[in-house]
Design a protein around this ligand. Structure first.
Ligand code: SF4
Length: 192
């Protein structure tokens, strides 16, 4: 069971692993380094971690802990807790929001100091190639193929190629369409 297997104690390990798609790896590491993410980054990443199994209570603790290096608990409760509750449908219109799909993420245009969106779309070529080399164990032949797709503007195909290069099995329903599918198929592949 994928849901429930991720928790506060192991999410940092998951985020460093090849289970995480690039868009979420970037957000997790910026959040960890900067103790902060701007609004759309919190939204994109918050809904992803909700989708991989963190409940409201765990999500709240997660954000609070990550922000703690910069923002104290009182300020967090005042300025940030509402949005976490909101994404779980506990405030405002009470919509229980679902994690963003790739097409929604790819359509985002992150400004300076923002890290949401899809790295296959908005990273510069050298930055992406450097990032993939450091964060995923891929061979240069595969990297070249991924970069070729990225340059052609085919972000989702590039992402599928990364998945193929880092996983042994071919069962990958919806990988390239949804970051949560990327993660759950990856966990399944590790179990097989
Ligand atoms: Fe994330 Fe989708 Fe972009 Fe892959 S294609 S990095 S899963 S938004």
């Amino acid at each position: 069971n994928v849901r429930g297997s991720v928790n506060l104690a192991n999410i940092d390990t998951f985020a460093r692993s090849a289970h995480y798609p690039p868009c979420m790896k970037v957000l997790h590491s910026k959040l960890t380094d900067n103790h902060h993410l701007r609004h759309f980054g919190r939204l994109q990443y918050g809904l992803f971690i909700k989708g991989i199994g963190l409940n409201l209570e765990e999500s709240m603790s997660f954000w609070k802990r990550k922000f703690a290096g910069k923002i104290n608990g009182e300020k967090f409760d005042k300025e940030y807790a509402y949005n976490v509750r909101h994404s779980f449908g506990k405030e405002g219109k009470r919509t229980d929001y679902t994690p963003w799909s790739c097409s929604k993420i790819i359509s985002q245009i992150p400004g300076s100091g923002e890290y949401h969106g899809c790295p296959f779309k908005y990273f510069k070529d050298e930055t992406l190639s450097d990032f993939l080399t450091k964060k995923y164990d891929i061979q240069s032949r595969n990297l070249l193929e991924i970069m070729e797709k990225k340059r052609e503007g085919a972000a989702q195909v590039a992402c599928i190629k990364l998945w193929d290069a880092t996983h042994k099995i071919d069962t990958k329903d919806n990988v390239g369409n949804h970051p949560n599918a990327y993660f759950s198929c990856s966990l399944q592949s590790a179990e097989e």
